[in-house]
Design a protein around this ligand. Sequence first.
Ligand SMILES: [Zn+2]
Length: 500
Amino acid sequence: MSTSGDRHLGPDPAGLLPSAAAGDGHVTVVAEPAFAATFAGQALLRMLVDLLARQFSVLERVELDVPRLPAISRATGAVAGEDLETALLRVGSAAGGSEISVTRAGSTAEHVIFVGPGSPSRAGALSTISAVANSWLATISDDPVAAQVDLDELPFGPHLAAAIASDRLFRGLHGVGVTGTSHIELLAAPELAIIRERLSGFRLPPCYVIGLGAVGAAFLLTLGATGIPATVVGLDPDDSDTTSRNRLLSMGYEQVGIPKPQLAAVLVKGTELDFYPNEVAWPAYYGDPDRRRPKYLAAQEAKYRYEWVISAVDKNLHRRNIANILPLHVLSGATNGFVAQAAYMAMVGDCECLACNHPVPSFDLDATRDGLASVGAEERVAQLRAMGASDADVVAIETYLDDPACGAIGEATLRRLGVDGGVDWAVGFVSAASGALLAAQFVRAAILGAESGTSVGAERRLIFWGTPELIDSLARRRTSCPVCGDVERQQAFATRWDGL
Ligand SMILES: [Zn+2]
């Protein structure tokens, strides 16, 4: 049995998937010619094919029915001279590897995802989903969708549409029929007018992306496709593994065991992002003499001034570490089962900080050791696996349980797994949605001002329950927060950012 789909197989945390998918689903992506010729159409198709080709042990085959058209490289990552179909086949095959075949369409189709407005030119024997988007809008429905004019050629709406269409198929193959229309609007009309006016010649402020896993990579893919120039310092100490395949968009199927910063650097190559990869965790970064970043940030870093931080870490301990360095602005991307989130967080304003509602779990070594020792060998291995233990970790921990006096490595391993927590359920389209929302929020906040992120509610969530919709909510600052609720930390923050 392949491990590629491990993270999205089995029960999700909210218990939304009543049964396992059959595992041999076929889908045909059909592109409407006029829409497929546009930036929005190609950005949607590129993300959709990538996400479908990562539904391991759910889908077996992805087929493409797309017209012969030149590929737009900013939308698809196509190399010079590549046509759209070739570019999409390459993206899909790299993701699906030997497990999901991505080919040109045959004559029959079980499930169809029709990318474009109007009545689908082909229907699936079992289901038909329509998806249309423009820069800031996404509409997905089981009915035909009207065309949307696109003036900005940005990937936010298209990438969200791809994630939502991918979800409909995924849940459908699990026997959960999703009906109705998802209509996602990322900007209010007055905001759109101002952003449109300022986009030309705009450069984003430099940012630090902390965590280059599924959410961080999706953020970079979407941000890179905007064509807006920016300097990005990226950090992550981890390597890809086989269970990353289902959602790490920077990773091809065969690219196992490669540092995530290296994969991210390849992902954004050829875009307007000036990317600096660092194979370290956040607290180690600012003490690392070999850290990579542009020279002009050195003076700010010497004062511990990190103006824009994109948090794409998945553990509360790491979130706390980011909050502790008192960044001026934080945008936090996260997933929880079927919920994608992008939130603005700061020490001041109508929002929370990254430490407010992210308690750091405590770990009791003795209790964990006694618990593991009290069950049979098979159950113990299952429990360790659920904590995220590798083969080598299991051996080290067994040695430690046999004789605590000579199992220092096993003890350290158990502490690490205990603090980091278990392996969470995760699926590619939720991470992709979080990354796309995060990139949209960054561009919006950089142009309209950080306070714009709190004007409609600091937290944005796309919830893949029922018919997915975007929900904005006001965050609650916690008065007992160890960072923003602490008077000394507030003073340190005011001093650090004085004059800005
Ligand atoms: Zn706080």
